[in-house]
Design a protein around this ligand. Structure first.
Ligand code: GUN
Length: 306
């Protein structure tokens, strides 16, 4: 029976570990503060941001949400970021992506003060990641490493294959695995014989945003599979095909009009992997937990306590 890697449990552990650190900061009148900028009305982004703000509240951290309209220009958004950079009580700044197409995302990410960049997206922090220097790490890839470590899944000397080369997940995940001494391959849509390369993996990280694309013939029996994908299935036919006519999933679809699935085939993964992250409840909860870690670390660093 494959082991299920429980992201909710690891998230709760990490939140518990943060509580005394937050209490120490609060005792010095320096409650950590996160500012989230949510442009427009992207429903998925709204859900993510709501959860980020709620987690701050759960932990007794300060949070604020800035919600400029979809029509905002690059210059206007730069002005918002610069104001947040200048505010003493703001320890972390997160500009929720994606941004509307008229906004120059690279300029915005470059404008966030690197010491407040709790997403780890600023090129300075990306450079620190490459050079293995301390700096905020991108939250989802950092969460992947936490899941592996806390489930005592060996990384050093193992073959890791990352499918997907995004700046947010694929590239930083590959670098973090490399720093843990895995032998790492990054694959993408132009990789020849993708199933064959994936079958070399002791640790397979799927992060390409294609629903259930990684089927059993991509998975070496006994591999650990980390599924970073969160895809919403919008048709009953897709739910029936991917979940093999599961009456439970079909009922969920009939009730809510959609069902979540990762980038890995959930049935094949449970049969072939030795350990795997479910969707939902695997990697997802770790993204917010690591954002909280980055915000607390930023507050500690700025106060000079670490
Ligand atoms: N959009 C999807 N994931 C992320 C994330 O981790 N950070 C930000 N800022 N935007 C996102």
């Amino acid at each position: 029976m494959a082991q299920i890697i429980d992201g909710n449990k690891v998230r709760d552990e990490i939140k518990e570990e943060l509580k005394p650190r937050i209490a120490r900061l609060a005792a010095q009148k320096r409650v950590p503060g996160l500012a989230v900028v949510l442009v427009g009305n992207n429903p998925a982004s709204e859900v993510y941001v709501r959860n980020k703000v709620k987690t701050c509240q759960d932990l007794g951290m300060r949070s604020e949400k800035i919600t400029p309209p979809e029509s905002i220009t690059t210059e206007e958004l730069l002005a918002i970021v610069n104001q947040l950079n200048a505010r003493e009580e703001v320890d972390g700044i997160l500009v929720q992506l994606p941004l509307p197409k008229q906004v120059d995302t690279k300029r915005i990410l470059l404008a966030v003060a690197p010491e407040k960049d709790v997403d780890g997206f600023h090129p300075y922090n990306v450079g620190c990641l490459v050079a293995a220097l301390p700096a905020p790490r991108a939250c989802t890839p950092a969460g992947v490493i936490q899941l592996l470590k806390r489930y005592q899944i060996p990384i050093s000397g193992k073959r890791a294959v990352v499918v997907g080369r995004s700046d947010i997940v694929g590239k930083p995940a590959a670098l973090l695995l490399l720093h843990e001494h895995a032998t790492v391959t990054i694959c993408h849509s132009k990789t020849p014989d993708l199933p064959g390369v994936c079958r070399e993996a002791d640790i397979l990280v799927a992060a390409m945003g294609r629903p259930a694309m990684i089927t059993g013939d991509y998975i070496r029996p006994g591999a650990t599979v980390i599924d970073v994908g969160t895809n919403s299935l919008q048709t009953r036919e897709e739910v029936a095909r991917i979940f093999r006519n599961s009456s439970e999933r079909l009922a969920a679809f009939d009730k809510r009009g959609s069902v979540l699935v990762g980038d890995v085939d959930p049935i094949d993964m449970a049969e072939k992997a030795s350990a795997y992250t479910p969707v939902p409840g695997g990697v997802g909860p770790l993204t917010i937990a690591m954002l909280m870690v980055n915000t607390v670390e930023s507050a500690e660093r700025r106060l000079g306590v670490c």
